[in-house]
Design a binder for this molecule. Sequence first.
Ligand SMILES: Nc1ncnc2c1ncn2[C@@H]1O[C@H](COP(=O)(O)OP(=O)(O)OP(=O)(O)O)[C@@H](O)[C@H]1O
Length: 360
Amino acid sequence: MTTANGTDSTTRTGSGTSRDTTAPVLAARDLRVWYGSERGPVAAVDGVTFDVRPGETLGLVGESGCGKSTLGRGVLGLLPPGAAVDGEVRFAGKNLVDLSARQLQQLRGPELGLIFQEPMTRLNPLMRVSEHFEEALRTHNGDLTKDEIRTRALDALRGMGIPASRYESFPHEFSGGMRQRIMIALALVLRPAFVVADEPTTALDVLVEAQIIQILADLRRNFDTALVLITHNLGIVAEACDRVAVMYAGHIVEQGDAREVFANPQHPYTQALMRSTISLSTTGLHYIPGSPPDLAHPPAGCRFHPRCPKAMKVCAQEAPPEVLLPNGTRNTCWLPVPDMTTADGRRPLEVEEISVADEA
Ligand SMILES: Nc1ncnc2c1ncn2[C@@H]1O[C@H](COP(=O)(O)OP(=O)(O)OP(=O)(O)O)[C@@H](O)[C@H]1O
């Protein structure tokens, strides 16, 4: 029997090398995040479990509102006031969920990084690029001289293709793509072991997007940085991620090796998401009928069942088990697939015999 708590070591990476024996940099277990609202608590992340290993990029995908940003911010302890968090986020021997705001602040920068979508809202328009780096480096390395700061900052900027001659410029003097690269350099100058990049290329044109994706790939090659890449763009995941986690309504419904999941998506939601992506071979536009549920009042059973073309009675009644495939993909679905075993040792076909009825 295989456990479903993410502790198995069968993950194969996109680079073709096995990182099975490498301990995760960050391990989330049953992570939950709620927001208070007039309609009641909104369970934006509702019991999520995943690992990220050194040098690994995990793509986090799903429709708008399914909880991707909340998950990214939740693991870094960067949630807005009024949000509540529960579960475990293991990093460097600590559970980040238990740390105080001050302890988390000390880890952010040198250990944990965040790359935002909108660089202009994060860069201070009144501060030169040099001042941004001085502030970032001084906060965590108080004893660095101005020359040392300059050397490290210019190294980081050079890595992002920003020439040293622009070190004293102000943010508005750069293009959007350059600003985003400055943001990335700022997030990475302290060489954090784990970074969340939340839609880092959404506001950029495709050429700049390709550049940023290349930079992120270099990053993991050169520094073994572990990255969670949040994106709407499945093409980016296919190109840049080792593993992928598909979120729906606060749950991860499928996760596994990116190439395996793309080649053979298991969960009906993953299948629908992939069909709705436009590619050169697209012959017709597909969309997923209906819309994601209100997370203050999610449906019983599988949250995708009201939109699922393959829904069975059991799907509306009971939350599905997580099933582990031989290739390491984890699929949280009642659909029977040969050779799979549920987390509690049942075979889905047995489950079907006792509880599956006609199509809902
Ligand atoms: N500050 C907040 N207060 C209350 N509810 C919130 C807050 N932020 C997000 N939510 C709700 O939490 C759910 C998840 O939102 P989140 O932004 O994490 O999703 P997402 O998948 O990142 O969406 P997008 O791709 O549009 O950014 C949504 O229902 C959203 O309305």
